[in-house]
Design a binder for this molecule. Structure first.
Ligand code: GDP
Length: 499
C-alpha cells in the first residue's frame, strides 16, 4: 500500500476523473485517495471530456470573472441584456450533510446537462466550510457572500410564492413568457408540492434554458428523474453507460476531503483498519429512539450480521478458549461503527471480547466518535461526519440504515452494495432483518410522483405500475422492451433509484 512507483499516473487520477497538474499539498486527498481504495469504476471518456470542458466553463464564468459580474448586473437591473453568455445554478442547503451532498451532486449533474455553472451558497465559518477541497481548478464554487439573492435565501421555503412551481400555478409565468426573467427559484426538498413537478417536464426545461440564474433549494437526490426525461436521456446515456455510477463518479469528483478531514480519515484508517484481513462498516442511524429503541435495533443488526455471515458468531456458553493457532494464522476482521450513540459499539466490542468466535477469527470493533445528537452550525461535527462517511466507504462490506442519506453517500463513494437495516419503521419486525441493495446509488425519496398512485408518463406511456403492483423491486419500464434503469428503492417503495 502506498508504494508510489507501482502506481500509474492514471490510477492517481482515478482513471482520468481528476484533472492533472494541480498543487498536491493544497488537497492531499485528490492524489492520495487511490492508495486507500484500489478499485474504482472507470468514467466514460465522454464524461472525462465533459468534466474538463466544465472546468473551463467554470473558470471563464465563475466568481471574480468579468462574465460573472455582468451576469449579476442583469439580475440587479432586472432585464437580460446579453452581455454575458454564462448561466448559473445556485444550490442552497437544507438538512444534514448526506442530504446536502446528494443534492449538490444532482445539481452538478443538472449543471452539466444544461451548461450552467454550479455555485454553492454557504454560510462562512460554519456548516460546509472546511469539509472539501475546491473541486474546480483555479476557481471557486462558492457564491460570493455579497449577492442579490441573500434576502431570498433567508425566506425561501416550500411555500414561497416566488418559487417556480407557484409562479406557474398562479399563471404569473408560462413556458412562452417573454422576455424570460433573469432568475428563478425552484424547490426540490422533501416537502415539495404538486406544482413543483413542472421542473421535470421537457417543455419547462426548454423554457428554463433562457433563464440565466436558477436557484435550487434541495435536500434530495433528484438525479434519477433526469433519466426519465426525453431532453436529457441521450446525453445521460453517453455520460453514464453504467447507470449505477452516477453518484460514485460525480461524488468522487466533487467531494474531495479537505486536508483536515483527510487527516481524520487516514489516521483512523491506518491505525485501526489497515491491517485487518477484512473491514466491515456498520452505520447505525436511528432518527427516533422512541420508535426504534436500542435493543430492537441491536437485535436486528446482530441477526443481519449472523444470517448474512458478515461476522462470525461467538460461542454460546462460557468456555475456556481452545484456540491453539498463533495470531498470524487467524483471520482478523475490523468493524467500524458509525453512529451518534455509543451503545452499539459498547455492546459489540464486549461481545467479541468476552467470548471467542466459533471460527477462531479475531474481531476488533472501533468507533471514531459518538456525537449523541445531530448538530447544526458546528463545523467540527460536520468534519467528523464527513470523515466517518469516508471511512465507511473504505470498508470491504457495508451495512447501512434504511432511508439514511449518510449511508447512501458512503455506499456510493465506496462502490458498495450495502446490506440495509430497517431502522425507520415503527413496531414492524422485519424478517430477514436486512436486505441487500440492488445498486450503490442513493434513493430519490420524494420523486415527482405521489406515492404509487400517480401515473407518470414518458413518451405517453405509463412508466410506473398501478398502486397494487407498487412493491419494492418492481422494475419500471417505459415499454416492455425498454428498461429505463430506474427502479423503486429497497428502503422506500415510493422512492426510486438508478440501477
Ligand atoms: P440522514 O439524516 O441519515 O439522511 O443523514 P444526514 O447526513 O443528512 O444528516 C444526519 C446528520 O447527523 C449528519 O450529517 C451528522 O451531522 C449527524 N450524524 C448522523 N449519524 C452520524 C454518525 O454516525 N456519525 C457522525 N459523526 N455524525 C452523524
Amino acid at each position: 500500500e502506498g508504494v508510489e512507483p507501482t502506481s500509474t499516473q492514471n490510477d492517481r487520477l482515478l482513471g482520468g476523473l481528476m484533472a492533472p497538474g494541480l498543487d498536491e499539498l493544497s488537497c492531499l486527498s485528490r492524489y492520495q485517495y487511490f492508495r486507500y481504495r484500489k478499485t474504482s469504476r472507470k468514467p466514460s471518456s465522454y464524461l472525462i471530456s465533459r468534466l474538463r470542458s466544465y472546468e473551463q466553463l467554470h473558470r471563464r464564468c465563475g466568481p471574480n470573472t468579468e462574465s460573472f459580474k455582468k451576469s449579476l448586473q442583469q439580475v440587479q437591473s432586472g432585464h437580460i441584456d446579453n452581455t454575458s453568455d454564462c448561466n448559473y445554478v445556485v444550490w442552497t442547503f437544507s438538512n444534514g450533510l448526506g442530504n446536502r451532498m446528494i443534492s449538490i451532486a444532482s445539481s452538478f449533474l443538472y449543471a452539466l446537462l444544461t451548461d450552467r455553472v454550479l455555485l454553492i451558497h454557504h454560510v462562512p465559518d460554519i456548516d460546509m466550510a472546511e469539509l472539501f477541497c475546491e473541486p474546480f481548478p483555479n476557481s471557486t464554487w462558492f457564491l460570493p457572500l455579497e449577492n442579490p439573492f441573500n434576502d431570498d435565501f433567508k425566506i425561501f421555503n416550500g411555500q414561497s410564492p416566488k418559487k417556480y412551481g407557484n409562479l406557474v400555478m398562479n399563471k404569473k409565468i408560462n413556458t412562452s413568457t417573454m422576455p424570460p426573467p433573469t432568475h428563478l427559484y425552484h424547490y426540490i426538498a422533501y416537502d415539495f408540492e404538486d406544482q413543483d413537478k413542472v421542473f421535470y417536464q421537457d417543455e419547462h426545461q426548454a423554457f428554463l434554458v433562457s433563464v440565466p440564474w436558477l436557484i435550487l433549494k434541495s435536500d434530495e437526490y433528484f438525479a434519477p428523474s433526469f433519466f426519465l426525461m426525453r431532453s436529457f436521456r441521450q446525453e445521460l446515456d453517453m455520460l453514464f453507460p453504467d447507470k449505477e455510477t452516477v453518484f460514485h463518479l460525480l461524488g468522487r469528483y466533487l467531494f474531495l476531503p479537505s486536508n483536515e478531514a483527510w487527516g481524520l480519515i487516514t489516521r483512523f484508517y491506518d491505525a485501526y483498519l489497515a491491517n485487518a484481513d477484512e473491514r466491515i462498516g456498520i452505520q447505525i442511524r436511528v432518527v427516533n429512539t422512541q420508535v426504534n429503541p436500542f435493543q430492537s435495533v441491536m437485535d436486528g443488526m446482530l441477526a443481519c450480521l449472523s444470517s448474512q455471515k458478515i461476522l462470525p458468531d461467538v460461542v454460546e456458553t462460557k468456555k475456556i478458549s481452545t484456540e491453539t493457532r498463533p495470531r498470524n494464522q487467524r483471520k482478523s476482521k475490523a468493524v467500524l461503527i458509525a453512529s451518534l450513540f455509543p451503545q452499539y459499539y459498547e455492546n459489540m466490542k464486549s461481545k467479541y471480547w468476552t467470548r471467542p468466535t466459533v471460527t477462531g477469527e479475531l474481531v476488533g470493533v472501533y468507533q471514531p466518535s459518538h456525537e449523541e445528537y445531530q448538530q447544526f452550525g458546528n463545523n467540527m461535527h460536520n468534519v467528523k461526519a464527513w470523515a466517518e462517511m469516508n471511512l465507511l466507504s473504505l470498508c470491504d462490506v457495508l451495512v447501512t440504515s434504511s432511508w439514511s442519506t449518510f449511508g447512501y453517500v458512503a455506499q456510493a463513494l465506496g462502490d458498495l452494495k450495502p446490506w440495509i437495516l430497517y431502522t425507520t419503521d415503527s413496531q414492524v419486525k422485519h424478517n430477514p432483518s436486512c436486505l441487500r441493495a440492488l445498486s450503490m446509488e442513493p434513493c430519490f425519496h420524494f420523486p415527482p410522483i405521489l406515492g404509487c398512485q400517480a401515473k407518470y408518463m414518458r413518451d405517453n406511456q405509463v412508466v410506473f405500475p398501478p398502486y397494487n403492483d407498487c412493491k419494492p423491486h418492481v422494475k419500471l419500464y417505459a415499454n416492455t422492451s425498454d428498461p429505463v434503469h430506474v427502479q423503486h428503492c429497497e428502503d422506500s417503495t415510493f422512492g426510486y433509484k438508478l440501477v
